[in-house]
Design a binder for this molecule. Structure first.
Ligand code: BGC
Length: 683
């Protein structure tokens, strides 16, 4: 790190000279990205250093300034897995989604995930990862919640900081996104999030503040939406006063992928890089500076930050990517993360772990085509995905073959082919199969237990809906009822696996199965992790980073969220419309601080289905009461059960202010955890 600092210092001196050398047009071209060539290289066949990377900057060869490469994020490096004219493949590890990483409550592990992602970025020629995604999960229907961490700013900020430190330990930049209050996808380019300042500071900015202060990210991405009337990429209060002035952010701010707004206003507000970038923006900047409508000093400030970023990058330093990251080692990190973030929600009468030698009747398309992640820019081209079916077999279980055959055949015939664009963005999942009573009965004959996977997929550009998404479909309800009836009649148990990216309704059906496992979208090694949890090789230790309400309308934010919007999704920007339509043109954050458990822990509020921080284990733990002294808090936890396990200690004061995961504790073993409390919470 010291070496890098010294080098940057040297270059920073040189930046003054470079700034003097640059023509106005060159300066303008440095703050405007190089367009879509790189992102769409797989479709357009353009020649770029890293096909499929989201964007690049523009080079100035005469001054030795290279183009640098920016790639999505967040569940791994998102680049094209194949290149024209090359036999080689460029697959990247598909890590578990953000919500699962936050469910580990293990910052050391999240940091290792960041390291692995950063290393893949480095070895594939990427300079900045457009990750982590870290907007608060204000409402369960936000289509991008899977990319984000939590409803709680402390858990979100700490997780983001760990992830960022991991990436940047590899000499590659991270990018906190999307700054800020980008909590819905409906009308995402125009929606105005109306949030009181106090609420912003305590919730929607708080997680960014923690991550900025604790991990010094190289970059941050402004969001698509407006905040209190102003496009965030043009908001000098947000980008300059708060971010740099109050928090001391030293890095670069870039736009999200629609820089084409008021370019001059963006520069003046402290937005340094317009992505993906269009030539007309360069002309606009030059014209406005010449006319005196944009101070050249403001442009210089942005150019300086772009240069400061460039000199830190592997590309600038002449690093030669090996194009061969250690995918095997990273797959184990992905599996380990999945194992720690999967949450055991129900386990009646020791339904789990499964007895050795069990034969499983495996229901649900997601059991055979387990969803590793969501769609859109959060999708990763990974080399494979281990399904639950494969994971169970690897652990030595028998899968009931005739049922498995029916599903495999159905999937072969019904897997959507998708357009090249949808393939690039992780096209739609295979729809669920209807299964009749007879087939269920037949499967129960040859099996000892039923496992049913319920799946959901979402992605950027659209929010989820209540019917058939938050709520189970009629088909799913019938299938669950029929399976539990048939298996329970024979004295056999039923396990439900939730292969989902965001919260769904559970209260109306959770009494039916004997166990429920929340797998989230667990990355390419998800099936292996699930297999090991179901067999008891791994004892589950994930905890919920978000509340599962009984009823969607119990959530105060539901009154101000487009749950009933059925218009066109907003994948592409288009013209502003519906400005006056509530929850489309604008969204009032009228619930204030009543988000997630902050609301449900108040007296007189509705019961929840599963609370924030909840999760079961195959063993039991006992915790001492927290002792607060000299700004520190100490808790001792003991494994009081029969098998080894890890647990999460959470301290609330009154909101989450410290947490940590224990090491693997043997039966009878204790561990004492101590945290130094920060700010408000130390009093
Ligand atoms: C997303 C960003 C992403 C960018 C580049 C945008 O549509 O909102 O999260 O980094 O595309 O792919």
């Amino acid at each position: 790190m010291d070496e890098i600092a010294a080098e940057v210092k040297k270059m920073v001196k040189n930046i003054d000279q470079v700034l003097q050398e640059l023509t106005l047009k060159e300066k303008a071209s440095l703050v405007v990205g190089a367009g879509y060539r790189s992102m769409l290289a797989g479709i357009l066949g353009s020649k770029v250093p890293v096909p499929g990377a989201a964007g690049m900057t523009r080079p100035i060869p005469r001054l030795g300034i290279p183009a640098i490469v920016l790639s999505d994020g967040p569940a791994g490096v998102r680049i094209e897995p194949r290149r024209k004219g090359s036999e080689a493949s460029f697959y990247c590890t598909g890590f578990p989604i953000g919500s699962l990483l936050a469910s580990t409550w293990n910052t050391e592990l999240v940091e290792r995930v960041g390291e692995a992602i950063g290393n893949e970025a480095l070895e594939y020629g990427v300079d900045v990862m457009l990750a982590p995604g870290m907007n608060l999960q204000r409402n369960p229907l936000c289509g991008r919640n899977f990319e984000y961490f939590s409803e709680d700013p402390y858990l979100s900020g700490k997780t983001a900081a760990a992830y960022t430190r991991g990436i940047q330990s590899q000499g590659v930049g991270a990018c906190l996104k999307h700054y800020a209050a980008n909590n819905q996808e409906t009308n995402r380019f125009w929606n105005d999030s109306r949030v009181p300042e106090d609420v912003l500071r305590k919730l929607y900015l708080r997680n960014f503040e923690i991550a900025v202060k604790e991990s010094a990210p190289w970059t941050i991405m402004a969001s698509y939406n407006r905040l209190n009337g102003v496009h965030t990429q043009q908001d000098s209060w947000l980008l300059t006063d708060v971010l740099r002035g109050e928090w001391g952010f030293q890095g670069l701010v870039m736009t999200d992928w629609t820089g084409r707004r008021d370019t001059a206003a963006q520069i003046e507000a402290g937005c340094d890089l317009m992505e993906p970038g269009k030539h007309s923006q360069i002309r606009e900047i030059v014209r406005k500076v010449k006319k005196g409508e944009l101070p050249e000093a403001a442009l210089d400030t942005c150019v300086r930050r772009v240069l400061e970023l460039i000199v830190k990058t592997p590309t600038f330093k002449g690093y030669r990517p090996s194009l061969q990251p250690d995918l095997e080692a990273h797959a184990s990190v992905a599996r380990e993360a999945a194992e720690e973030g999967i949450v055991l929600l129900e386990n009646r009468e020791g339904a789990l772990p499964l007895a050795h030698g069990t034969t499983v009747a495996l229901f649900g398309v997601g059991s055979y085509e387990t969803l590793a992640g969501g769609t859109g820019s959060g999708h990763v081209h990974r080399p494979y995905v281990v399904s639950l079916d494969e994971g169970l077999r690897k652990e030595g279980f028998t899968v009931e073959e005739s049922l498995a055959g029916t599903y495999t055949q159905y999937i072969g015939k019904n897997r959507p082919r998708g357009s090249s664009l949808s393939r690039m963005l992780g096209g739609p999942a295979t729809p669920e199969m209807t299964i009749g009573r007879e087939a269920i009965e037949a499967a129960s004959e040859g099996a000892d237990i039923a496992i049913l996977t319920l799946s959901r997929q979402a992605g950027e550009g659209g929010d989820r809906h209540l019917e058939g998404d938050f709520l189970l479909t009629e088909g799913e309800r019938q299938m669950l009822a029929a399976i539990t009836e048939a298996f329970h009649q024979k004295g056999e148990k039923v396990v439900v696996i939730l292969n989902i990216g965001g919260v769904i309704e559970t209260a109306s059906w959770k009494h039916l199965p004997d166990a429920i496992v929340l797998a989230w979208q667990p990355g390419q090694e998800g099936g292996s992790a699930l297999g090991r949890i179901l067999s008891g090789t791994v004892n589950p230790s994930g905890r919920l980073p978000v509340t599962f309400p009984v009823d969607y309308f119990d959530l105060p934010s539901s009154r101000n969220f487009p749950y009933d919007f059925h218009g066109k999704d907003s994948f592409l920007s288009g013209k502003e419309k519906d400005a006056d339509v509530r929850n489309v043109g604008f969204t009032e954050y009228a619930e204030g601080l009543d988000v997630g458990y902050r609301y449900f822990q108040k007296e007189g509020t509705p019961e929840v289905s599963y609370p924030f921080g909840y999760g079961l284990s195959y063993t039991s733990f006992q915790e001492s009461a927290p002792v607060f002294s000299d700004g520190a808090v100490t808790v001792t936890v003991t494994n009081t059960g029969a098998v080894p396990g890890k647990t999460v200690v959470q301290v609330y004061h009154p909101f989450l202010c410290a947490y940590g995961k224990t090491r693997l504790l043997q039966p009878g073993e204790s561990q004492t955890l101590t945290w130094q409390l920060e700010g408000e919470n130390s009093k």
